[in-house]
Design a protein around this ligand. Structure first.
Ligand code: DOR
Length: 437
């Protein structure tokens, strides 16, 4: 393994200095190192994604663990949490172990599987949470994402179960009874377009219910892809009461609005739907003040036939891994809402903490099967790093992305910030903007 000297990089706190890497760790100094001139570049702890759909097993025509890992590394990530809505569903130890092993074999990012909450995502019977937690993958996050755990009794039992190993239930907050046939955000736009609406209350009511359940049980709740101003208010209330709830927002909900549905281009169809400009403003403010803890991509690759069709027939979801940091720079840094320390927190430290990936033990037991992420940029820590050129501009071209799928909503858009290098435990997975293997 080579040694690296990253020269003159600007750390999240704004100081510019050198960083030496040897045997996978950040060290005081190193000899005979490969020098990377990082003058003018920003150094961040390797990004961590709480919410990635890698589609393997089952839909390898849309994405594989290998292509998704490459997209992640190119986006500056060193760890991603792989969602459970695969085929078969990741609801048993054998499946999460398979995903974890395949991630290790590819070796471009640490792939930390998320286990399903209920068998087959059917919302009725709990999956093998304990067996998944004890497996080689050491699952700590459980989610039926794509589906809401809508039965309050099932949600309560799941929260109780994961308490034993400091696990967390990541809820896709959507009351299914309120979103039957829904195609887009319910509001002025949906009325004009004649598309069935998806009311904000369907999300907000579940977050409020689950926060109360988490308080009752004394367990940890995480809310996936928060999308409305009302959800922010509920989260603020819950956190104010000391309830153990965390939340994520996607880059697309920080930038795009429901007016895009007027194009009838299914690339803009996503679950939860794009909301209003007022919601976008509230989400940005909540991410800035910490009410929303983390940015998570909800990277949702879909095969052409599932997206290049009429709106109603299209699957919801957008690519996100390769554009996440640039969107955050545009919406949060360039607007003055977040500094780079804030970016490091919302895209690395906080998601790693929520997913139990920091390598610290929770409840006295070993944490997840992945290495330590979201750690400080300090001597002795694993060299999981992202080097960003904040002044570079690039234009998104779907064919230029590493993902198998092409469903990016940003085609043709010029974005700030390129990933120059990504290091996973001291090994470059991206160098000079190119994936290594
Ligand atoms: O848009 C979405 N796509 N939202 C989800 O919750 C699921 C995801 C998918 O799996 O495609």
């Amino acid at each position: 393994m080579s040694n690296y000297l990253i020269r003159g990089a600007t750390f999240p706190d704004g100081t510019a200095k050198d960083l030496a890497v040897e045997n996978g760790l950040i060290v005081e100094k190193t000899e005979n190192a490969e020098v990377i001139d990082a003058e003018g570049l920003r150094l961040l702890p390797g990004l961590v994604d709480l919410h990635t759909h890698l589609r393997q097993p089952g839909r390898e025509d849309a994405e594989t663990i290998e292509t998704g890992s490459r997209a992640a590394a190119l986006g500056g990530y060193t760890a991603v949490c792989a969602m459970a809505n695969t085929d078969p569903v990741a609801d048993a130890a054998g499946i999460v172990e398979q995903v974890w092993r395949l991630g290790r074999e590819v070796g471009l990012v640490d792939v930390q599987p998320i286990g399903a909450v209920t068998l087959g995502l059917n919302g009725e019977r709990l999956a093998e949470l304990g067996a998944m937690a004890e497996s080689a993958a050491r699952v700590r996050v459980f989610s039926d994402d794509g589906h809401c755990v809508h039965d309050a009794a099932v949600m309560r039992r799941a929260l109780e179960y994961v308490k034993a190993f400091d696990g967390v239930i990541a809820q896709h907050a959507e009351d299914p009874k309120l979103t039957v046939g829904a195609q887009m955000n319910e509001g002025e736009q949906s009325a004009q377009l004649g598309l069935a609406g998806w009311p904000a209350v369907a999300e907000e009511a579940i977050i409020a219910r689950d926060a109360l359940l988490a308080a009752h049980v004394g367990s940890r709740l995480h809310v996936c892809h928060v999308s409305t101003a009302g959800s922010v208010e509920v989260l603020r209330w819950a956190k104010g009461r000391g309830i153990r709830v965390t939340a994520e927002v996607t880059p697309h909900h920080l930038l795009l609005t429901d007016e895009l549905a007027a194009t009838y281009d299914p690339v803009y169809k996503v679950n939860p739907p794009l909301r209003t400009a007022e919601d976008v403003t509230a989400l940005r403010e909540a991410l800035a003040d910490g009410t929303i803890d983390a940015v998570a991509t909800d990277h949702a690759p879909h095969a052409r036939e599932d997206k290049e069709c009429e709106w109603a027939a299209a699957r919801p979801g957008m690519l996100g891994l390769e554009t996440a940091l640039p969107i955050v720079i545009r919406t949060m840094v360039e607007t003055g809402l977040l500094d780079w320390q804030g970016v490091a927190d919302r895209m690395s430290h906080a998601p790693a903490r929520i997913a139990g990936l920091t390598g610290l033990t929770g409840n006295g037991r070993a944490t997840s099967g992945a290495g330590a992420h979201g750690r400080p940029l300090a001597v002795g820590e694993p060299a999981n790093l992202t080097l960003v050129d904040p002044s570079a501009r690039w234009t998104v071209t779907p064919d230029g992305l590493a993902s198998i799928s092409r469903n990016t909503p940003y085609a043709g858009l010029e974005l700030p910030g390129t990933i120059v290098a990504t290091f996973l435990r001291g090994r470059p997975t991206v160098l000079d903007g190119k994936a290594q293997a």
